[in-house]
Design a protein around this ligand. Structure first.
Ligand SMILES: Nc1ncnc2c1ncn2[C@@H]1O[C@H](COP(=O)(O)OP(=O)(O)OP(=O)(O)O)[C@@H](O)[C@H]1O
Ligand SMILES: [Mg+2]
Length: 227
């Protein structure tokens, strides 16, 4: 999926005298199947940007085009539908539902088709070595296991774009590397675009392109070979 923004602005506290402009006129494009890392200091606006690109938050002004579709021209149910069908999201914290089992958590985004998706969910669990934990609850799993389950959940709708916001920020190095390689493998398999927010340069260097944000602006965009 191709992602393009036009004059994207996000600001808070418009009514108060000290308005905060978190995204300042962002114009950029990510090509279909491209793997991009978004880096930059804390508070630069990285999470805000991927939340808007992932249609979880609205911009104050400007446009987001996903495969040339002007997404925010649609109402919330349109956005919700698009998000469910085309977008996968992985966060620093797993956000699994504590009262649902591992298998139920994975099936939540596709609950209406849970009988059809059941086998696929089990196959994915087998692939990450957690099939035997399908009836366990999230708090019975380790942090790395929880994050792997969250990844399977993010992929259950075969998304055309995956947004991952510091997906390994909470994990030790070895577990982080495991989640990283699952993430890259999945995006290759699905042929999806990958947008990865990270403070980890080693991880960033594994993508096709690194985009640097500072203070609500994109200040640099460089391809892997120029790192
Ligand atoms: N609801 C809000 N109201 C006011 N300001 C907000 C709100 N949400 C975020 N911000 C501000 O927007 C700025 C960008 O936040 P964002 O979470 O996008 O940064 P980030 O680059 O992801 O940082 P980090 O690396 O720490 O995760 C910050 O200054 C933050 O305080
Ligand atoms: Mg952030």
């Amino acid at each position: 999926m191709n992602i393009k923004t036009k004059n994207l602005v996000k600001s808070y506290d418009k009514k108060k005298s000290h308005g905060i402009e978190v995204l300042k006129n962002i114009n950029f494009e990510i090509k279909s199947k491209e793997k991009v890392a978004l880096i930059g200091p804390s508070g630069a606006g990285k999470s805000t940007l991927v939340h808007i690109l992932g249609l979880m938050d609205r911009p104050t002004s400007g446009k987001v085009y996903l495969d040339s579709v002007d997404c925010f021209a649609g109402d919330s149910s349109y956005l919700c539908n698009l998000r469910k069908k085309k977008i996968g999201f992985l966060f620093q914290f797993h956000y699994l539902m504590p009262d649902f089992t591992v298998l139920e958590n994975i099936l939540l985004p596709v609950w209406k088709e849970k009988n059809i998706k059941f086998r696929e969910a089990q196959n994915s669990l087998r692939k990450i070595g957690l099939l035997h934990r399908q009836d366990h609850f999230p708090n019975e799993l380790s942090g790395g296991e929880q994050q792997r389950v969250a990844l399977v959940r993010a992929l259950i709708n075969n998304p055309k774009v995956i947004f991952a916001d510091e997906p390994t920020g909470n994990l030790d190095r070895v577990t982080g590397l495991e989640v990283e390689s699952l993430l890259f493998e999945a995006s290759l398999e699905l042929g999806s675009t990958l947008v990865l927010v990270t403070h980890n340069y080693e991880l960033a260097s594994k993508t096709d392109r690194v985009i640097k944000m500072v203070d609500g602006n994109i200040v640099k965009s460089f391809h892997k070979e120029n790192l």
